[in-house]
Design a protein around this ligand. Structure first.
Ligand SMILES: CC(C)(COP(=O)(O)OP(=O)(O)OC[C@H]1O[C@@H](n2cnc3c(N)ncnc32)[C@H](O)[C@@H]1OP(=O)(O)O)[C@@H](O)C(=O)NCCC(=O)NCCS
Length: 397
């Protein structure tokens, strides 16, 4: 079956909702779709129709986003979202048709990269996406977790209501985004949407509570069924704010456990405690997936930890995008241009996208055969691409 592709219109939102509900086993009320409407940019949604039955059988959309690269540069991007194909029409190439269309559009727009969050890890590598950030879930037995008496950053935290959070949290978040690789900006539409705090999204928990510090922000809810506190948002621009906010959360008497699903792997929280083992990692999952669409623009948009001068041979299934690039860079910045000289490194576009965010080390990918070079070159690439901080995206989409 060759689907007919078209861009959505405002009137297609119910059809988009129906397709998504069927694919993910959800139930969208009319109100839920209207809540989503401000984020819905119809021209960014591709619908695939089966001409034989004149029905929508596939949807792939994207959100206009901005992401921070290691070093702090902010890059405009598109985040693929609401991707589904009707189970009646799967494995006939519908997703491939839709993504080919969308990627062509992104390239024509001049985007350096696109992003997504994957429902399954085996789908998107073939389309050039590599893991770009990871998220760690932690559980803390609050009754046993004691903050080191000499830990810095106590005080300076206050409760605010949702109106004040809406007014003041975006500035904290903007500053956090600017210093965090992989972080996604939130515009007003996103803040309005996330702070709707709809009953249906609370999973039986309380409404959100908000903690504010000059340099930090937390949103959490309480689950009375098991006396737990679930941290929904945690952004700290300084280590003092990070410590002060955790100190406050760990002072929630009556709460037995505090859970967070979005700690970075290099979060210093365990070391704020007398017993670091009380921060129990319950899972590590991939967060962001990235796909470089313009190697020169993407690699020259970030600095490198150490000086680097290598020729990369980049394998890319999208026509015209792969090839040989000379990357020259260091802590002050970088340039990356097409060349015809012999390469030092062979790498596929998905792995290069992972390296761009410093999400995994070149040495690790080389051991899996995804970065191919002399060991001394692998070492140089490894050191140069390493990020100062672990990438964390901070907003699911
Ligand atoms: C994932 C989904 C969109 C795939 O749609 P589809 O039209 O069946 O995919 P295609 O037929 O275009 O497949 C394209 C390629 O991806 C592969 N693929 C598709 N779904 C896959 C999966 N779940 N796991 C691994 N590979 C998958 C196909 O085998 C095919 O590989 P090839 O071309 O290299 O041989 C569809 O199965 C779906 O809607 N799943 C439920 C919702 C979901 O998970 N959406 C993704 C949200 S991020």
């Amino acid at each position: 079956m060759e689907p007919v592709l078209r861009r959505a219109t405002h009137d297609d939102l119910p059809a988009v909702g129906t397709a998504d509900a069927r694919a993910f086993g959800l139930n969208y009320t009319d109100q839920a779709l209207e809540d989503f409407r401000p984020l819905f940019e119809p021209e960014r949604f591709v619908l695939a129709t089966d001409p034989a039955i004149k029905a929508v059988v596939g949807v792939a959309g994207s959100f206009s986003l901005e992401v921070t690269l290691p070093g702090g540069a902010s890059v405009p991007t598109q985040g693929l979202t609401w991707v589904s194909v009707a189970t009646t029409h799967r494995r006939q190439g519908v997703l491939r048709w839709m993504l080919t269309d969308m990627h062509q559009g992104f390239v024509e727009e001049g985007l350096a990269l696109s992003l997504l969050m994957a429902s399954e890890g085996g789908i998107y590598g073939r389309f050039g996406y590599g893991q770009a950030s990871r998220a760690r879930s932690v559980t803390i037995d609050r009754r046993l977790a004691r903050v080191r008496p000499d830990a810095r950053g106590r005080g300076g935290v206050r409760f605010v209501d949702s109106d004040e959070a809406r007014a003041l949290a975006p500035d904290v978040h903007r500053r956090w985004v600017a210093t965090t690789p992989g972080a996604l900006h939130r515009d007003d539409r996103w803040w309005d949407f996330l702070l709707l705090d709809r009953e249906a999204d609370r999973e039986g928990g309380s409404a959100l509570f908000f903690l504010l510090h000059t340099d930090g922000y937390v949103a959490y809810r309480i689950q009375h069924s098991d006396n737990s506190c679930r941290v929904e948002d945690f952004f700290a621009v300084t280590d003092e704010a990070h410590a002060a906010l955790w100190h406050t959360l760990l002072g929630l008497d009556l709460v037995h456990t505090v859970t967070s699903v979005a700690c970075s792997l290099d979060d210093p929280l365990p070391f704020l405690l007398e017993d670091p083992r009380q921060v129990r990692t319950t899972g590590v999952v991939d967060g962001l997936w990235a796909r470089i669409l313009d190697v020169g623009a993407a690699l020259s948009a970030r600095p490198y930890a150490t000086d680097i001068d290598v020729v990369l041979d980049v394998a890319d299934p999208l026509p015209g995008l792969g090839g040989r690039y000379r990357l020259r860079g260091g802590p002050e910045g970088a340039s990356c241009e097409r060349v015809t000289t012999e390469p030092d490194v062979r790498v596929d576009i998905a792995s290069l996208s992972t390296l761009l965010f410093g999400a995994h080390r070149a040495r690790t990918l080389a051991r899996a055969g995804l970065v191919v070079a002399e060991p001394s070159v692998v070492n140089r690439v490894d050191l140069a691409f390493a990020g100062e901080r672990e990438a964390r995206h901070g907003t699911d989409f």
